[in-house]
Design a protein around this ligand. Sequence first.
Ligand code: RTP
Ligand code: MG
Length: 150
Amino acid sequence: IAARRTFIAVKPDGVQRRRVGEIVQRFEKKGFKLVGFKLMQASKELLREHYWEHRNRPFYNKLVSYMSSGPVVAMVWQGLDVVKTGRKMMGQTNPTNSLPGTFRGDFCVIMGKNVIHGSDSVESAQREISLWFKESELCEREGCSAKWIY
Ligand code: RTP
Ligand code: MG
């Protein structure tokens, strides 16, 4: 089941653009299940760790500053092939290359403020989920799945 989870974050510009609801809505409409959700101001320490693979790239410091410039919405979504499908729903890193219908294709124009993050592989997803969430914050446990709709 861990392979069927991905880490998605609405970046600070996405929160400021008021796109949280629509992003959640599209993941729900697609049929994925929300199992973790929190609005938080991420520390630079957390963000440096999150983007560790880019530590030697010229844009690393700018990226960490941007991601810490305001609150982000950190989420865990669950479902079949959610990592791959989540990436498709996001579009390309550069919004210019992102098709309409994708978050980056629809909501933004520059790579440095591209609205949303999504894990790029099942391995990254597992690493990122455990970095951003405690196991107790994920609602897939006993007592978390009462059915109120008949
Ligand atoms: P993300 O990790 O945020 O979901 O984005 P991604 O996989 O599509 O792209 P990645 O290569 O992981 O880059 C992470 C973020 O760094 C910024 N970036 N700037 N050349 C540049 O100036 C440059 N390249 C990447 C973007 O904000 C990108 O989302
Ligand atoms: Mg990435």
